[in-house]
Write a protein that binds this ligand. Structure first.
Ligand code: ZN
Length: 296
């Protein structure tokens, strides 16, 4: 059983700077259950940020200011030519947030021979660990492409969970190697929401969120509905995105405003890193919210 060391409501108040930094630092293992009678948030917020662009530094500061957890899925290099975080920046983020792997070169694994795909996984994780000086257990598939035999490759290389880009989910799914998300923080058009819904599977689990997104059409309005529970209150809100796009589209102010609104719901909102949220509580209470039974 693993749980993040941050307070259950995601707050980071109290203590001196050093203890605060420790609280928000690397994911630690302990035996405390994720969900207990006194830890019953109405919503768990998970945020994931992909590709390790230098704008992640700005994002990390924004998350930290709001007391929101985040997992940064980072390739060591990016063959698409986008800049990536340097060693000092990676260590800075790793001191405050969970860092996950995103292959060595940011390549889509389904187009590679199995041995090459596994080498990308292994080398991406090992190089990242040598830079940040701590274990890296999480992984995110570049482009959302899950290669054949992914689970075995990841397990052989010490990866304990993997995130996809499946959208419109308000739960964690039932496979730790195919963790879904709720929404990408990007102003997609309605047609893109419709296309993504049709392309995916799990139509039943995704319908409620898809319907909200499609009928509303505005990313901030959709997210605010979930944050304020006016869309029925998701149990798990997993948002993800790319800091490079947030910068290019100048979405920082809107994201700041959304985080303010979201965290004003404390303590009904609990923010967790991917790793902590990916582990099913062993002593889940009988009256746990229904969707927690879908976590693992
Ligand atoms: Zn990526």
């Amino acid at each position: 059983m693993m749980a993040h060391s941050s307070p259950p409501d995601g707050s980071r108040t109290g203590g001196d700077t050093r203890s605060t930094m420790e609280n928000v630092g690397a994911v630690q293992r302990d035996d405390s259950p994720l969900i207990t009678p006194d830890r019953h948030p109405e919503m768990i917020v998970i945020t994931s940020w992909d590709d390790g662009h230098p704008q992640d530094m700005h994002l990390a500061d924004l998350l930290h200011r709001h007391g929101i957890e985040g997992t940064f899925f980072v390739p060591v290099r990016n063959i698409e030519g986008h800049a990536t975080l340097g060693p000092a920046e990676l260590r800075d983020i790793a001191a405050r947030f969970e860092i996950g792997s995103h292959t060595l070169n940011h390549v889509r694994l389904d187009g590679l021979a199995p041995a090459d795909a596994e080498a990308e996984i292994r080398n991406g994780k090992e190089e990242l660990e040598s830079i940040v000086g701590q274990p890296v257990e999480g992984f995110c598939y570049p482009g959302g492409r899950v290669p054949h035999g992914a689970r075995g490759m990841l397990q052989r290389n010490g990866i304990s969970y993997a995130r996809t880009i499946e959208s419109f989910r308000l739960d964690c799914g039932d496979d730790p190697y195919q963790i879904p998300t709720t929404l990408q923080v990007f102003p997609h058009r309605r047609l893109v929401y419709a296309a993504n819904y049709v392309k995916g599977a799990n139509y039943f689990s995704r319908f409620r969120c898809f319907k909200t997104a499609f009928l509303d059409g505005s990313i901030w309005s959709i997210l605010n509905k979930f944050a304020t529970h006016s869309a029925g209150g998701p149990r798990i809100l997993h948002i993800w995105g790319h800091s490079r796009e947030l910068a290019e589209l100048d979405l920082w102010d809107e994201l700041d405003l959304f985080f303010t609104r979201l965290m004003s719901c404390k303590p009904t909102v609990m923010s967790l890193a991917n790793l902590a949220a990916s582990i099913r509580p062993s002593n889940e209470p009988d009256d746990a919210p229904a969707n927690f039974s879908a976590t693992y």
